[in-house]
Design a protein around this ligand. Structure first.
Ligand SMILES: [Zn+2]
Length: 492
């Protein structure tokens, strides 16, 4: 790998009709891990996120709240930004599509490119529309008269709209996915897309009437009666955040980058795997190289959402358990790509039993022994058995991250921690310290443990950055005792 190749990585931009919930936290944290990991591998990384402000759902939420869409998206948008900060998600840029001056010109430029290539045309359309998806559903997608994902009733709409000629790009999109030029992980999501495409890609509406949108949104170039449909607008954020079409950032991180990854939820795979590549092909731009698709966070088996009345406030969790404990729980106890159920009792148990009980305790024991017996830490002549566990953990973590199985990566790291704890118990360094004849064995044992802790800290860096830093700070310049990494939780 050439050092400092550009690498562009994004999460999706959520619509902001309500405060952020735990599902948003999951996507932010997952994408942050991948960004930090690729940065550590030596890529020149650009990591962005933002908010989808121009959605019709925002207009309806503003109506319901008795405010304007502009006020609502500004207020909620700030909440999403705060959430990213609270979770230590280190974006390079964060775009609000309504207020960011870069967005509308980029959307217009993209529209014009597609129009110049003959892929934008006007026609009258009638169909059943799901406001949840912001999308007309096909007959075959409707289950018992409803969208399979959203509880709201479908709306029968008829209007004249601008359409994008997606049908023209069906063979090229299919080939890109089949050849893995556009990788989709996990395999079952790729499979679903490959099943869907040959059933026929219809052209799709990329505008709606300004009246229906209540004047909210970006005007269609040359047609003031229409605003640009939410998906064309929202997907374009991945270019506008780079200053498309003219900025150097766009050239570097979209045109010339080694990788372009989108981290998204399973409900928007089709828009990213089919519509977005279609638009990019029309505009003559490179496709994303990877879509990594996570599942939903559920609470008692139901998707979390304001409309479903079962939101979990991620800010409260961070305040109670700390950032890294919340990151740890989301990344290791929830399956990376399948739906998982959030349970606060399990977060609490993970904090006490795993973070404090295994990791924190190991660090404390090792540092205390080194300090008490004034042991000199060596970096050679270590015990091969535990070093082998550390080496294998490194390989497994790399594989698991590549496969978008972040829970497996953390599993491998905590197996190393468990092996180190067993090693302490079996070698009983406090016994070795009782006799001067065991000085070499004691030094070897504790040096091996310090090595294992060093590897643990390095592997944890993208997942739990503050904890990893705290471990390193405790081990250097030589191991010393300090306050617990994970203090006992207060009762309430
Ligand atoms: Zn829907």
């Amino acid at each position: 790998m050439t050092i400092f190749q550009p690498f562009f990585l994004t999460s999706a931009i959520p619509y902001v009709n309500s405060e952020p919930h735990l599902g948003h936290a999951l996507e932010l944290v997952q994408s942050d891990v991948l960004a930090r990991y690729q940065r550590l591998r030596g890529f020149e990384l650009r990591f962005t996120s933002g908010t989808d402000d121009n959605s019709l759902k925002n207009v309806r939420a503003a109506d319901a709240a008795g405010t304007t869409p502009a006020e609502l998206v500004a207020r909620h948008g700030a909440g999403f930004r705060r959430l990213a900060e609270a979770l230590h998600v280190a974006h390079d840029d964060f775009i609000h599509t309504a207020s960011d001056a870069r967005h509308a010109p980029a959307v217009h430029a993209l529209w014009r490119r597609c129009a110049e290539n003959g892929d934008v045309y006007k026609k009258s359309y009638r169909g059943l529309y799901c406001v949840g998806c912001e999308h007309f559903l096909r007959e075959s997608e409707i289950v018992h008269g409803k969208c399979p994902v959203h509880p709201e009733p479908l709306e029968l709409l008829e209007e004249e709209n601008w359409f994008f000629r997606l049908s023209r790009y069906e063979p090229a999109i299919l080939l890109a996915i089949q050849s893995n030029q556009l990788q989709i992980l996990p395999a079952e999501r790729r499979h679903e897309v490959l099943q869907f495409i040959p059933s026929g890609l219809s052209d799709f509406s990329i505008s709606r009437s300004r009246v229906r949108a209540k004047g909210w949104g970006i005007s269609v170039p040359g047609d003031e009666t229409q605003v640009i449909y939410v998906w064309f607008d929202a997907l374009a954020n991945y270019l506008s955040v780079l200053g498309y079409p003219n900025e150097e950032l766009f050239r570097r991180f979209w045109l010339d980058s080694a990788e372009r990854w989108h981290i998204i939820g399973k409900d928007i795979v089709r828009f990213h795997a089919v519509y977005w590549p279609g638009i990019l092909l029309s505009a003559g731009l490179p496709l994303p190289t990877s879509l990594r698709v996570h599942g939903f966070v559920t609470a008692n088996g139901k998707k979390i959402g304001k409309s479903l009345g079962n939101t979990v406030d991620p800010f409260r969790l961070v305040a109670r358990y700390g950032v890294d404990a919340v990151r740890y729980y989301l990344l290791s106890h929830l399956h990376t790509s399948k739906d998982s159920d959030f349970r606060e009792d399990l977060l609490s148990t993970a904090y006490t039993a795993e973070l404090a009980g295994k990791l924190g305790n190991l660090l404390q024991r090792v540092c205390a022994l080194v300090e008490r017996h004034d042991v000199v830490i060596a970096t050679t002549n270590l015990e091969p058995e535990l070093c082998e566990v550390a080496r294998s953990a490194e390989a497994r973590v790399a594989d698991a991250i590549d496969e978008f199985a972040l829970h497996d990566a953390l599993g491998a790291i905590f197996e190393l921690v468990a092996a180190a704890n067993r090693y302490v118990d079996s070698r009983a360094p406090w016994q070795l310290a009782k006799s001067a004849t065991n000085a070499a064995a004691l030094e070897r044992c504790l040096s091996t443990l310090v090595h294992a802790l060093g590897v643990t800290a390095r592997l944890l860096t993208p997942f739990l950055p503050s904890t990893a830093r705290a471990i390193v700070a405790r081990l250097e310049p030589r191991p010393h005792v300090g306050p617990p990494l994970f203090p006992a939780l207060r009762r309430d």
